[in-house]
Design a protein around this ligand. Structure first.
Ligand code: HEC
Ligand code: HEC
Ligand code: HEC
Length: 401
């Protein structure tokens, strides 16, 4: 009898543990821990060692498997919580915000301990990781104390009682585990979020992560709520395809989120007000528009169509692409120069590709066709200069990715 009771009690604990681990697995996936803490494609998952690029230099991610010597197996729950939500290591040293603790801080302690339970259940991997060396003054971890005073708020997510539960769930996911602002909010010269420009687009790693507010020209104003959710689930929709860092985000994180969570994120993003100025369209006889139209018909229209509307889920609609109309044209120029192959997901298993035009077009030609697609179908965006193309071309030549 006693034995039977014991068994019953154990089973209950197992079930509780299972629920906790499952909650942690889901949050860790939404938070994309695996993307940064793994050397792709061959490194052991969560074993660290991937250099994370920042404007101040590369910062190598840590081993967060339960290995006691080279991972975090010997850490207490409090130590784990301090690292993930406050950027403090067990020895008191500060983490660089390449680890998105300024966003993860919005999670509750229970959330973070659930992630810990999930990580504890993984196979320990022995993998000593060498920490980075940033140039002065950023190599001094103590300077992060000053950074934290300036830019870090140790505070949990607070639901807005004026808004629906769905909106609040979306807000929590975007501000907290999803850390969308890490890429989509512009940064000041010290790498802190610019206040008042939340989610309005930011330059990183020679990409531009566009405005994801509901702005008509630069943001998601032309996307329906379902189209936002579809993009996050499959990496594709009528308007665009996820490429570069966003392809990684979709592959490891958002494609694994539940339909209801993706709708929640879409509801929240579609409720963020737009702000960009309306510009006057360039006149049709503008030399860049004339040259750009000829190049477009020759090189782009076969896929994106003469009317710019593309072919749903195969070739993005440039007529509605906010990425193409971003004030900062980096992502558009990068696609034209480098081409790309977007993400393949369960929903969209064959990722179509776009060829590279770097060899066929000079800087003036790339600038002209870019200016044309930014001004042809309404919601005009600033013209692109050939010097912007030249600069990106030389940056890309130095990149390995
Ligand atoms: C955008 C990349 C990125 C993401 C996403 C990310 N991390 Fe990190 N993490 C880092 C980097 C880089 C470091 C090392 C920072 C440093 O050395 O200052 C780090 C450090 C850590 C540390 C400290 C380890 C040590 O030995 O000091 C822990 C714990 C950690 N991350 C856990 C997590 C968890 C849990 C998640 C998901 C909830 C996560 N990280 C998501 C980049 C990331
Ligand atoms: C062979 C077909 C093909 C041609 C030709 C082509 N593209 Fe693309 N383009 C694509 C595909 C496919 C994507 C989706 C990204 C991916 O799958 O990597 C894309 C994506 C884009 C995007 C991103 C839209 C968004 O919001 O996600 C822009 C902008 C773009 N192309 C511009 C151009 C321009 C300008 C040209 C001509 C210089 C061109 N493309 C030629 C196939 C093509
Ligand atoms: C690691 C950096 C990174 C993170 C984290 C990230 N994004 Fe992105 N995102 C980008 C980049 C770069 C682009 C531009 C390339 C593209 O359109 O695929 C982009 C594009 C997008 C687009 C398409 C916008 C358009 O106009 O074409 C949406 C929507 C989006 N992100 C939503 C999100 C949401 C929601 C989150 C958080 C759950 C998020 N992103 C997290 C880097 C990131």
């Amino acid at each position: 009898m006693i034995a039977a009771c014991g068994t019953f009690a154990d089973t209950r604990t197992d079930l509780q543990n299972f629920a906790e681990i499952e909650k942690g697995r889901y949050l860790a996936s939404a938070a994309d821990c695996v993307a940064c803490h793994t050397v792709w494609p061959n490194g052991a998952r969560f074993a660290g060692g991937r250099p994370i690029e920042t404007p101040f230099g590369n910062i190598v991610s840590a081993n967060i498997t339960p290995d006691r010597e080279t991972g975090i197996g010997s850490w207490s729950d409090d130590q784990f919580d301090d690292a993930v939500r406050r950027g403090i290591r067990p020895n008191g040293a500060r983490l660089y915000p390449a680890m998105p603790y300024p966003y993860y801080t919005k999670m509750s302690r229970e959330d973070v301990l659930a992630i810990r339970s999930y990580l504890k259940a993984l196979e320990p991997v022995r993998n000593p990781v060498l920490t980075n060396t940033l140039p002065f003054p950023f190599n001094i971890r103590t300077s992060m104390r000053v950074w934290n005073v300036l830019f870090f708020k140790d505070e949990r997510f607070k639901p807005d009682p004026q808004k629906s539960d769905v909106w609040n769930r979306g807000a929590f996911l975007v501000e907290g585990p999803g850390h969308c602002g890490a890429c989509h909010t512009p940064k000041n010269f010290l790498g802190g979020d610019k206040s008042g420009e939340y989610l309005r687009g930011s330059n990183l790693q020679d990409w531009f992560a566009p405005d994801i507010t509901n702005d008509e020209r630069t943001g998601l104003g032309r996307w329906s709520l379902d189209e936002v959710a579809e993009f996050l689930k499959s990496g594709h929709n009528r308007v665009g395809a996820a490429v570069g860092p966003m392809a990684e985000e979709v592959m490891h994180a958002s494609s694994a989120m539940s339909e209801s969570d993706l709708k929640a994120i879409a509801t929240y993003l579609k409720d963020q007000p737009g702000h960009s100025d309306k510009l006057a369209p360039l006149p049709e006889n503008n030399p860049q528009m004339v040259a750009g139209e000829a190049i477009y018909r020759d090189q782009c229209a076969a896929c994106h169509q003469i009317d710019g509307k593309g072919v749903a889920r195969l070739f993005p609609s440039l007529a509605d692409s906010s990425m193409a109309r971003a004030d900062d044209p980096t992502s558009l120029l990068r696609l034209v120069l480098r081409g790309s192959r977007s993400v393949a997901t369960k929903e969209e298993p064959t990722a179509p590709g776009m060829p590279s035009f770097a060899w066929q077009m000079n800087d003036e030609q790339v600038a002209a066709v870019a200016t044309y697609v930014r001004n042809r179908w309404g919601n005009p965006a600033p013209a692109v200069s050939s010097s912007a193309v030249a600069k990106l071309r030389s940056n890309l030549a130095k990149r390995v990715d």
